[in-house]
Design a protein around this ligand. Structure first.
Ligand code: NAD
Length: 426
């Protein structure tokens, strides 16, 4: 049986704790969330019955600032997954050098089977259960799997009703005009590309000369493709899920995938209209072909466990670099083999930190009650991603470790220092 997400997060931590020779007290503190909340959310359903949903909020560590992390609505949500995700948020915020800690929340529910009113009931109930421990200076939630800007606004409204007053900085991922930040939609995808550009630069390679294949054509992948188009790198193919056929396909265009063009034939769930794509000159291949194409860069930006011990050998021999847009797309075994082959792997919690960085900007703007232009937000995002990437490259060179270990070393070291300064550990 494969490891649970939290066992995986702890194993990754233990490995770097050994590299950093961390003392026992730091290990004990950082192997588990500092606080966990498990609660029931009773909701009056449309048919008049009451259903009780299970909710969670875990705060892994807040030594560097208030907790930060999304809330997932998923029928298979578990405390174990939320625990793991809260731990990874601590490392992601720390490697991006944001003054935030790590947290995550969830509700066991399937919003696809709930009315808007029932979803609103869950959002408001989640806040009522946790109102004393979330907030601007405590713990700041955000959207995640199957939650969106509307859910965030209901949550904000509930907290403001309880507290009496406006506190938009308590939650991020809100729509622009309701306290959201311009640039947030593009932030994760653009951040992936800024990171890729810096890693290549350090290897003396220009991104604009590269060929790329992408898995996914959702939020992260689309904006990565848009910026790659702008920079002049050639995106040979993207792979995405077809909801009618219930399988994925790779859409390839020899002249290069164009963001605007492909987006114009993709529905809001990410399914490409094949008849129209064909007219635009796209070829349709099997779903896993994206990783076998003769490109130099792969950007898995769809799912976890996309490149595994079973399929890593199919990664084309031309691939020099894999940038993890998604969370956990490369399994540890696949990574080991690809590193041995000389492939550079840019780890998820560095490559996709653009999203949380822009969420942090949203919180800052809310607290000032003054909102930046899109250009200002994106400029600050680029500066932040470049600085984080350079730091990781430098650590990797100094300690002769892979980029994932280097990113972990920086993040864990920053958090340990904050815990020490607070006197939590020696
Ligand atoms: P999304 O739902 O907008 O898009 C997901 C895409 O994956 C869709 O295009 C879908 O067609 C595709 N897909 C699903 N199954 C597939 C399969 N088997 N093969 C090929 N494609 C498949 O999601 P997103 O927001 O773009 O997130 C993608 C990943 O990035 C997730 O792992 C998410 O946790 C991570 N991430 C997202 C953000 C963010 O700001 N959106 C931030 C950090 C990390």
């Amino acid at each position: 049986m494969s490891q649970s997400p939290f066992a995986m997060a702890q194993a990754q931590f233990d490995h770097v704790a050994d590299l950093l020779d961390l003392p026992q007290d730091a290990r004990q503190l950082l192997r588990n969330p500092m606080r966990e909340y498990h609660f029931s959310i009773p909701v009056r359903m449309d048919d008049g019955t009451t259903r009780v949903f299970r909710g969670f909020r875990m705060l892994h560590n807040d030594s560097r600032g208030p907790g930060k992390g999304g809330i997932r609505f998923h029928p298979e949500e578990t405390a174990d997954t939320v625990r793991a995700l809260s731990t990874w948020m601590t490392w992601k915020c720390a490697v991006a050098d944001l003054p935030l800690g790590g947290a995550k929340g969830g509700v066991v529910c399937d919003p696809r089977e709930l009315s808007e009113r029932e979803q609103e009931g869950i959002c408001r109930g989640w806040i009522r259960a946790i109102a004393r421990t979330v907030g601007n200076v405590q713990d700041i939630p955000a959207p995640d799997v199957m939650t969106n800007g509307q859910h965030m606004v209901w949550m904000m409204d509930e907290l403001e009703t309880i507290h009496g007053g406006h506190e938009p900085g308590f939650i991020t991922g809100k729509p622009v005009g309701m306290g959201g930040s311009k640039g947030r939609t593009e932030a994760t995808g653009y951040g992936v590309v800024y990171t890729l550009r810096e890693v290549l630069k350090a290897q003396g390679i220009e991104l604009k000369d590269m060929t790329v294949a992408v898995q996914g054509f959702g939020n992260v992948a689309q904006y990565a493709v848009q910026l790659l188009n702008e920079i002049g790198a050639k995106v040979l193919a993207v792979s995405c899920w077809d909801k009618a056929d219930k399988c994925s396909y790779t859409y390839k265009k020899e002249a290069g995938v164009c963001f605007e063009e492909l987006k114009s034939v993709t529905d809001k769930y990410g399914t490409v209209d094949w008849a129209r794509a064909k007219e635009l000159g796209y070829e349709r291949l099997a779903g896993d072909e994206w990783m076998k194409l003769p490109v130099e860069v792969l950007i898995p930006a769809a799912l976890d466990r996309a490149i595994t011990e079973e399929n890593w050998e199919q990664v084309a021999s031309t691939v020099k670099i894999i940038v993890e847009g998604a969370n956990g797309p490369t399994t540890p075994e696949a990574e080991k083999n690809l590193l041995a082959r000389g492939v550079t792997i840019v780890p998820d919690f560095l490559a996709n930190a653009g999203g949380v960085t822009c969420s942090y900007f949203e919180q800052v703007q809310c607290n000032m009650n003054y909102y930046w232009t899109r250009e200002e937000a994106l400029q600050k995002l680029e500066a932040s991603m470049v600085s984080a990437t350079k730091g990781v490259l430098q650590m990797a060179a100094e300690r002769k470790v892979c980029l994932r270990d280097a990113a972990y070393m920086i993040a864990i070291d920053r958090v340990v220092k904050a815990c020490r300064m607070r006197g939590w550990i020696r």
